[in-house]
Design a protein around this ligand. Sequence first.
Ligand SMILES: [Zn+2]
Length: 125
Amino acid sequence: MSRRPPVDACECQRCVDTAKRRASRKANPPETAERVASVRRQYRALVAHVGQSGNPEDLDALLALVREMDAAVGEAVRGLRGTNARGAAADGFSWGRIGKAAGLTRQGAQQRWGTPPGAASADVS
Ligand SMILES: [Zn+2]
């Protein structure tokens, strides 16, 4: 039987370095800023690609992604507000704070992200 040993059993420098990187990554998952930077790089590359594609349907796909990403922000907003049992406004998750970060009014932010798609009403704190 000539199967290669699993990566973590190999002692070559490359595998040792890879195992160290993986262990470090697991112990220190990327912070939000690092994740944002990664998505930003990919997004800018996609935008540049679409701009040069010569295909209007590529723009349709890009704009659909933009709408999808904006709607997904609502999940983060509702998650942050929902995980704060003492009241959302007390820990900085007020609609005013969220609206300011998004360049919206308090009411605008609440209307945009306060209610999941298909649900009936929003809470107003
Ligand atoms: Zn190796």
